[in-house]
Design a protein around this ligand. Structure first.
Ligand code: GRF
Length: 207
């Protein structure tokens, strides 16, 4: 059986590319990326999707109340028979009905070691600036299931990297992004292979 995946993006889509590559070269077997949805028309990720002959949809969120926009996204995902939704730099927070429609079937990647450096306002360069400002010795990346909170869902995979004294938010972002590109496909593979079980809001990886 094939697992149908949708990826939601707002920008560059380098994590999307990592997922496309992993599906293409069978590191994620028995999976198909059925569509890519962006709330930004000029997102580079849409171009990446088209280059791989994946349906690329621009869904404008302006002029829509959040609930209505969420319903529109749910409709598209349902029409495409989506089993797993991967948020990859998607900058909108959808309404809770989204999570209820896809319980433990929405993943996100965050460029830090959650639960630290997560939550409202912690996105993009803000995360790496905060890590450096706190003089942390380590940062990393986290893939988690999305719940109704902001960056609070059960953690699937997490890996750390050292923060060097000479790191700037920019150099740290680059190192973390390289890690993300390895971690996200790995988490999706575990999902596709049925190896993720959520018990009492904690993810257990079945070996
Ligand atoms: C990544 O750093 C990811 O952790 C965060 O948004 C960024 C998206 O980057 N959620 P890209 O569009 O995948 O290059």
């Amino acid at each position: 059986m094939t697992t149908n995946i949708a990826v939601l993006i707002s920008g560059s889509g380098s994590n999307l590319q990592a997922l496309i590559d992993a599906v293409d070269d069978q590191r994620i077997p028995h999976a198909s990326i059925r569509c890519v949805i962006s709330n930004k028309e000029d997102a580079k990720g849409l171009e990446r999707a088209r280059n791989s002959e994946i349906e690329a949809l621009f869904c404008d969120a302006s002029d829509f109340p959040r609930e209505e926009y969420t319903a529109k996204i749910i409709k598209i995902l349902t029409q495409h028979h989506i089993d797993l939704v991967c948020l990859a730099g998607f900058m909108l927070i959808l309404s809770p009905s989204f999570i209820r429609a896809f319980p433990y079937r929405v993943m996100n990647i965050h460029p830090a070691l959650l639960p630290s450096f997560g939550g409202k306002g912690m996105y993009g360069h803000h995360v790496h600036e905060a890590v450096i400002a706190s003089a942390e010795k380590f940062s990393g990346a986290t893939v988690h299931f999305v719940d109704e909170g902001c960056d609070t869902g059960p953690i699937i995979l997490q890996e750390k990297i050292p923060v060097d004294p000479c790191d700037t938010p920019l150099t740290l972002a680059k190192k973390v992004l390289a890690l993300e590109h390895r971690l996200y496909p790995e988490a999706v593979r575990l999902f596709v292979e049925g190896k993720l079980e959520v018990i009492e809001n904690k993810v257990q990886v079945k070996l």
